[in-house]
Ligand binder design. Structure first.
Ligand SMILES: [Zn+2]
Length: 306
């Protein structure tokens, strides 16, 4: 049967990280007031919606599989198909949404994509027919600068790994890179999403660095280089660290050893990456194979460096 469908989002998350908020976003108007009053932040808004959804689902223990409660957010159908390079699609139906997931991807990644698309629905007014273009004003400029994709990834982590539950499990398994594979298995989330979540909730000042072996736009020398990094909120309280993309690390480092082997490494390391400059305790582990191989490092900012 043909259904009236309208494409809402088509996501390749990595490529849309820097995309700004759609200027025609229906929420611009709805939330301008609250944000102007300073009593609402967009991240809070998304997290509160995610928590409400989990609470409505009645699920209290992992895994929090979005398929089982997406209907509570008016997702009428979830279809899995080969979407090529896309992670997922969100389409508007007459009375709700349709989510298409990329069946060629790992099921844990599909879980995250599904949660991400659900988070998009928090930001949409299901009663709106078509978004109305708004003039860009100085007040809405602040909202334009916010990144919808980043917000939806935040929402997806909260849906798949609700903070209170995840923190309990992380407390038991330890805030270490070694805990990531088992937590990923328990919450049925990808290694990357789980590592990010662990850093987000870590009470320890911690920076996660994701490394890939590659060239830079200006250098053809392939090295183990920073793809991206993030720091725990506990680390942000002390200092803002800047770890530049493409910064490289030597072949004699424990990070390089983790890349070349299947071993988990945990040792003091001299780092000179932007203003992350000094000797820190670093855990590293390689994941994936071939061109997709990455190393994740956890840099402990206050751990003893002996
Ligand atoms: Zn998206």
């Amino acid at each position: 049967m043909l259904v009236p469908e309208r494409l809402v989002t088509a996501g390749v998350r990595e490529r849309t990280e820097d995309r700004g908020m759609n200027p025609a976003h229906p929420l611009l108007e709805r939330w301008n007031g609250a944000i102007r009053e300073g009593n609402c932040s967009w991240s809070q808004f998304v997290i509160e919606h995610a928590d409400k959804l989990i609470s409505m689902s009645g699920i209290t223990r992992p895994p929090f599989l979005p398929d089982s409660f997406a209907h509570l957010q008016k997702v009428k159908r979830i279809i899995r198909a080969d979407l090529g390079e896309l992670d997922a699609l969100l389409l508007r139906l007459e009375n709700g949404y349709l989510i298409k997931l990329n069946a060629t991807q790992h099921p844990f990644r599909q879980n995250f994509s599904c949660a991400h698309e659900i988070a998009h629905t928090f930001l949409l007014d299901t009663n709106a027919t078509a978004p109305v273009a708004k003039k860009r004003t100085s007040r809405s400029l602040h909202l334009h600068q916010l990144n919808e994709e980043v917000l939806c990834n935040l929402g997806a982590r909260e849906i798949l790994m609700p903070k209170s539950v995840f923190s309990d499990y992380a407390q038991r398994s330890g805030f270490s890179l070694q805990s990531v594979p088992s937590l990923a298995h328990t919450f049925q989330a990808s290694i990357t999403a789980t590592a990010r979540r662990l850093v987000e909730v870590s009470p320890e000042p911690l920076i996660a660095i994701f490394w890939t072996f590659r060239k830079t736009p200006t250098s053809s020398i392939r090295k183990l280089r920073v793809a991206w990094s993030m720091q725990s909120s506990s680390a942000r309280r002390d200092r803002r660290y800047f770890v530049p993309e493409f910064a490289s690390i030597g072949s004699g480092s424990s990070v390089a050893y983790a890349y070349a082997s299947d071993h988990y490494t945990s040792k003091p390391e001299n780092l000179n990456l932007g203003n992350l400059d000094g000797r820190y305790h670093v855990e590293s582990k390689g994941f994936g194979a071939g061109s997709k191989r990455t190393v994740i490092s956890f840099v402990f900012l206050k751990a003893p460096k002996h």
